[in-house]
Design a protein. Sequence first.
Length: 408
Amino acid sequence: MVTGIGAVTPVGNDRESTWQALLAGRSGVGPITRFDAAGLGLPTTIAAEVKDFDPAGFLDRKRQRRSARFSQLAVAAAREAVADAGVEAGGTVDGTRLGVIVNNAVAGMDGVEQAVDTMHADPRQVSPYFVSSVIPNMPACEVAIDVGAHGPVNASALACASGIHALLEGKRLIQSGEADVVIAGGTDSAITPVMFTGLSNMGALSRRNDDPTRASRPFDADRDGFVFGEGAVITVLESAEHARARGARAYAEVVGGALTSDAFHVSAPDPSGEHATRAMRLALRNTGTAPGDVDYICAHGTSTRINDLAETKAIRAAYGADAYDLLVSSPKSMVGHLIGAAGALSAMVSALAIRDGVVPPTINLETPGEECDLDYVPNEARKSEVRTAAVNAFGFGGQNCVAVLRAV
């Protein structure tokens, strides 16, 4: 069961403000403020940044100095999720039975770049906390320290599938009896010069610098690449029995899912969508869900030409005739690609769609792209009962992760 949700995103620094922004179709994309992209001559100068986030509201000065931004965002989101769920180590839950899984994709890239610059200027000024702040497991460990979690603490990297895979791993920890409650989600913050230079050279990013709020346009014929973002989304998971015993309310149940590999290319998806299709079919089979039972798919929907087409093909193949009865939308049209947090954001969107009976739109969808022929909920949120939702997340290297959430 999902009993708590916390979020720090480009459109809101908590769960409900993010959700209302998504329902309103409000974009969080704008000019990069973290560095001078234009001065570097980069072809892309826009991103989906988290705005007005002050780590001092969550961490004392010592913890701020020793932690990177992706950890700070994770701690903020986790605090909201834990408070939302009413979980307290040593109180409502045994701290030795409380686990944490916070996944990411690019770890502390901002800290690495800053430390390299510092080293060249004066090696003595490189922080003694540099290594511990940027390694991939640190957001999970910082959250564990923050909440007093002495159970299993883990982090893994599945590129853009990381965030949703954390929820599936959290479910497995609970099912295996290793934990009663798991704090699970994703975080990333890597809006940096080197990252943007690499992605620009790859040709992956939108160059719609003069109209940033319309740059991310999944499934649209005029899409020209994705918008890089940052953020953290954290959930609290527990078994139905544990939640009932402490009187907790639940947003939805994480029923299960599946993970497959394209084994095709380091960055491009298999254009046939074959193994993304297999991930969807396995997720349905593993959870005892018929294609016609799914009401909503929170799509990966990156706004790149090859991904959106491959995902559409895979949905059609996996769901058959039922694909045309599905509501399919991409929150990346508003928040950009949160990389390691993207799948966790999609899980949040799915859980809140189940709670409220409304599906957020895919904004900037004016003319559907070639073969993009599903109902992508264009431009306006839609009232609709959602009993079962599926989340698609596809990562660099061909990692396909699909999860199924169901109303309780």
